[in-house]
Design a protein around this ligand. Structure first.
Ligand code: C2E
Ligand code: CA
Ligand code: CA
Ligand code: CA
Length: 279
């Protein structure tokens, strides 16, 4: 028994060591990843449910790390937040999103906005709004083309700086959305106070729509009353789409339309979608 307990213990610490080691490696690799051009933005369309027109896209980061392979954001964003790399990385994301969205406009997709995920850590930085302003100028992209998505967190309510940045972003014409709505801590008062324009119903409610029907309906009617646009994310089936369209969700997003696509593939997807509509 002793030996069993012993080996069990060793096994456990080895696992701990492996995950600590991996986190340490990721943190180190993050350092040079931007310079080495290892990141890419993929795009997932946001569809107006009443017309099935694509109104914009969410930009989602992907990392091709030469030694570790393909890394989804869940494996490095929280590490970047802890290490402080998130500030530099976040600027890269915003700039790339502006550059590529401008390209879409030049190709005639003139009504497309881009939704960019922004960490609360970024919003807590005193100079965040100024740096966004700099990026808009540098890329000659209008603030109206940009929407930022922020996940509800407890810390959001404490921070004066977050509120100040959101106010400045609003002045630049940038819209703001609460992400993963219904899973976090934000109160209705906070939504209003932070001048949100939109809320995104978390995908867990959409996947479980039969059980969560009442919650989804409640969020939709609340959104309407607060004059917020409501997006439903994680739509995977026709049934979910039809339910949400009937229930009055303004916009939707999910694998049912397409998984996130690399920029080139997204451009092709957009053209095909448009020509299908016109037929
Ligand atoms: P999120 O903002 O909630 O993004 C939605 C996630 O759900 C994306 O995962 C997307 O690929 C996935 N998704 C969309 N539709 C469906 C669907 O129908 N079914 C399923 N199963 N999944 C769907 P992804 O790209 O792995 O991103 C994960 C999270 O990483 C994001 O969650 C976001 O919080 C964060 N993230 C992504 N890019 C960035 C970024 O540039 N900056 C920051 N700070 N966070 C980012
Ligand atoms: Ca998001
Ligand atoms: Ca989300
Ligand atoms: Ca999320």
């Amino acid at each position: 028994a002793k030996q069993y307990v012993g080996s069990h213990y060793i096994f456990y610490t080895d696992m701990m060591k492996d995950s600590v080691k991996r986190e340490f490696k990721i943190r180190n690799y993050l350092h040079s990843a931007i310079e080495n051009d290892e990141f890419e933005l993929w795009y997932q369309p946001i569809v107006e449910l009443s017309t099935l027109k694509i109104v914009g896209a969410e930009a989602l980061i992907r990392w091709h790390q030469p030694k570790l392979g393909f890394l989804p954001p869940d494996q490095f964003i929280s590490i970047a937040e802890k290490s402080g790399h998130i500030h530099q990385l976040g600027k890269w994301v915003l700039k790339q999103a502006c550059i590529q969205t401008k390209k879409l406009h030049q190709q005639g997709f003139s009504k497309q906005y881009v939704a960019v995920n922004v960490s609360v850590k970024q919003l807590e930085n005193e100079y965040f709004a100024e740096s966004v302003c700099g990026i808009l100028n540098e890329t000659e992209c209008k603030g109206e083309l940009l929407m930022i998505e922020v996940t509800e967190e407890t810390s959001i309510s404490d921070s004066q700086k977050v509120q100040m940045n959101l106010g400045k972003l609003a002045k630049l014409g940038i819209k703001c959305s609460i992400d993963d709505f219904g899973t976090g801590f934000s109160s209705l008062a906070k939504l209003h106070e932070l001048q949100m324009n939109q809320l995104k119903i978390d995908k867990s409610f959409i996947w479980d729509i039969e059980k969560s029907e009442k919650i989804v309906l409640a969020i939709l009617s609340m959104g309407k009353n607060l004059q917020l646009r409501v997006v439903s994310e994680g739509i995977e089936t026709k049934e979910q789409l039809e339910f949400l369209a009937r229930a009055g969700s303004d916009f939707g997003q999910g694998y049912y339309f397409t998984k996130p696509l690399p920029f080139e593939a997204y451009q092709v997807f957009l053209s095909e979608w448009q020509s299908n509509k016109e037929r």
